[in-house]
Structure formats: C-alpha cells, structure tokens
Design a protein around this ligand. Structure first.
Ligand SMILES: *Cc1c(COP(=O)(O)O)cnc(C)c1O
Length: 402
C-alpha cells in the first residue's frame, strides 16, 4: 500500500529533526566539576571532556550521519540520565536508545527532550502510555492495530522503528517477512516509521551477507517510496570491523564511553577513545599484619612478612568484579597496589606491602582514564571482561561529573 501524502510529509519532518551540515558539530556540554564525595561510599566519575572527545571521534567516523546514543543498562554504569544530560546538547546526537522501559521513563522524567528509542519489548497495553511520554517503541510484530489505537487516543501518529532480523536470530521480524510488515505499518495513518534497524552478528563474513539482506529489503521499499525513516545498524564493533558501514545513522554505546571492546582495537588507529568513566572509593582502614597473619575469607591472603593492608569499602555488589583479586591493582596516591584475598560484596583488601603512608580517607582508584588504569588495562590484568568493568557498576553509586 502506498503511503499517504501526509505520511510522507510527517516522515520528512522526522528526518529533518537532526539536520546535519558540515561543521554543524557542537560538542556536548562540559559543566563545572562537582566536588569529590567526602563519605566512604564508592562513587562513579564521568569525565565530560573525554565524553565530548569520544562524541567527536564517533561523529568523524559517522561522516555526517547522526548518532543514536545507546545509554541502556544504567548508561553502561555512567548513569542513564547523567550521560543523556551531557550528550543532549550535542547537535550530532539525534536521540537515545535504551532497552528497559523504566530507563526510557527516567530519561523523560529527567527532562530529556530528544527522541528516546525503546529497543526492548513492550506490551501492547503500554503503547498508549509510551506514546503519551514521547517514547518511540521498536516493533517487529503485527502491532498496527494497537498502534492505531494509541495514535487515536492522542490525535497524532505513533513514531516507531522496525527491527529486522537479518541473521542474529534474536528479536526482529525475519528479513524474508519484513517487507510485508513494513508496508502494512507504513500504510497506516496512525503510524510513522522513523527508522528501520538491524544488528550485526559481528562475524566478519556473515556481517556482509546481513548487510546485503538489509539493503535489498530497504532498497525495494525505497523504490516504492515507502517512508522508512533512517536505516541504522552500526554499533561500536562495526566502527572497527566495517568502518564503511554507516547507513543513515550510527548506534554506538561503548565507543561513546571511551572503552575499546577488544584490546586489538586499541592499536588499530580507527578511533582515539578516551575512557569517560572512573570508579573511586576511599580507604576505610589500614592495619599491619604480622608474618603468619591472614586476610579474607578462607584466609585467602597469608602475610609471609610484616605487611600493611588497606580495607576499601567497594565490592562486587557495587560492580567491582570479583576477578579483580586475580591480578588487578588499584591506585592510591598515584601508586599501584595489588588487590589480594578476594573481592567480597562490599570490601576489597589491598596489599600495601611496607608502605605506611596510606591513611583512611585516601582516594582509591579502581579504574579511570589514566594510562595503565583504564578499564581495558584493569580487565586485562585480572581476566575480567571489559564489559564487566563498567556495565555492572551499581545504579546506586553516586555520580560525579568532572
Ligand atoms: C547495546 C546495543 C548497541 C550498542 O552496542 P555497543 O557495542 O555498546 O556499541 C547497539 N544496538 C543494540 C540493539 C544494542 O543492544
């Protein structure tokens, strides 16, 4: 079915939401830093200058296409509203994507005005409420009637993105059936397709086949002037594996936070990423262990000589991985000290050796943006996945923008 003239027009409005001229890049805001917390609860720091740098790096590789910033799962540890507020002023950031409905609401509650794409599942009974809040659902099943009802209750069409499965085998309408669904949705007065999207399997060869399937589909729709908004697929991996694949919008998470998903990418020269996140805490207690004394559950650490240890009140319940006890160091006063025994729910034990100048209240850096203590360095030292370094940071941690 051919779209009505009104649909074509409203789709054009959607596309023009992020007009991008050469030189239109405007960096995210860099607010005045807040003070370091004085208490003993660990906290997360967000480096606004590094975030702005990463946005400009991603904008460079996006080559004029807008960025849909993926801020799912607590903004990868940085805080979903904290990062969205920092990114929203950047003209190149067209909107935000989350997976959980509560995070889409959190963005609207925080006053975020740019489009918010919900990439997770949504029950039909929630369409009307989501539409009222200006949240854009990602759909891939025949939900046209429910969308029409939601549109009617607010007197304006529901914006959507359609997810196409080109081989990932997760959510998304199979690419062989996508044309029928998209034509049905595009032909409805109550629906406005702002985007058609897919995700790569990150298998170098098969990614190309996935792209062929996607381009064949969207090419047929475009030939019939079916309004499908922006086509998007590229996540952080894609920038490194297929830097030529941008389509009409890019959809990164990790790259914005400045963390390389693979060590090999650090030296690839494709993107200069600077970590925008740090985990810090304060030394709670320092004590001397005599030779033969132990520390930790199961006496995991045994002092073979007089040894000073510091207790740091950060643990795996905060998102600091248990694996940190298998080789990670933390920095206190610019010096690296090994994590010993085990990381428990709320505590980490640090071996100070013969160092006696460390005091309760001293700031401990689990990871930050300095060379040697980047999340990639710490994960490599202890065998944790780099995703575990930031993605699991607890939503309860205070955020300090520096
Ligand atoms: C998480 C996610 C992204 C971003 O992935 P990164 O590897 O962090 O860049 C993009 N698209 C979808 C559908 C996602 O779930």
């Amino acid at each position: 079915m051919l779209p009505t003239r009104r649909q074509v027009l409203s789709s054009a409005v959607a596309l023009s939401m992020a007009p991008l001229r050469a030189g239109a890049f405007q960096p995210p805001s860099v607010p005045a830093p807040s003070a370091a917390p004085v208490g003993f609860d660990p906290w997360v720091e967000v480096n606004a200058a590094n975030l702005a740098h990463n946005v400009s790096e991603v904008a460079r590789i996006a080559n004029g296409q807008p960025i849909l910033a993926v801020v799912k799962n607590n903004g990868y540890g940085l805080g979903v509203t904290t990062v969205a507020r920092l990114l929203e002023p950047a003209a190149v950031v067209a909107g935000f994507a989350v997976v959980k409905l509560h995070e889409a609401h959190a963005l609207r509650d925080a006053g975020i005005r740019k489009p918010v794409l919900l990439m997770g599942p949504l029950h039909e009974s929630e369409f009307t409420d989501v539409h009222r809040r200006g949240i854009t659902p990602m759909v891939y099943t025949p939900v046209g009637n429910a969308l029409e009802r939601a549109a009617a209750s607010h007197g304006r069409p529901c914006p959507i993105h359609v997810k196409v499965d080109t081989g990932m085998g997760r959510v998304g309408v199979p690419y062989t059936e996508a044309e029928r669904l998209i034509r049905d949705l595009a032909g409805r007065k109550g629906v406005r397709i702002d985007g058609v999207m897919m995700g790569f399997t990150e298998d170098l060869e098969f990614d190309r086949e996935q792209l062929r399937r996607f381009e064949a589909l969207t090419g047929r729709l475009a030939a019939d002037r079916v309004p499908i908004g922006r086509r998007h697929a590229a996540s952080t991996y894609t920038f490194f594996q297929h830097p030529d694949v941008r389509l009409d919008m890019v959809r990164p998470g990790m790259a914005l936070w400045g963390v390389y998903p693979e060590q090999a990418f650090r030296t690839a020269g494709t993107l200069d990423l600077r970590p925008a996140v740090a985990l810090r805490a304060r030394v709670a207690y320092v004590k001397k262990l005599e030779a033969g004394s132990s520390a930790g559950y199961n006496r995991a650490f045994m002092a073979t000589e007089p040894t000073w240890v510091a207790t740091v009140p950060v643990g795996h319940a905060d998102g600091w991985p248990r694996a940190a006890a298998k080789g990670a160091t933390v920095k206190i006063g610019g010096r690296a000290f090994p994590v010993v025994a085990s990381v428990s729910a709320s505590h980490t034990i640090v071996n100070l050796g013969r160092e006696t100048s460390v005091q309760p209240g001293d700031i401990v850096t689990c990871f930050d943006w300095e060379s040697g203590s980047r999340p990639e360095d710490v994960s490599a030292a202890c065998g944790a996945s780099v995703y575990d370094m930031t993605m699991h940071l607890g939503g309860h941690l205070a955020k300090r923008v520096v």
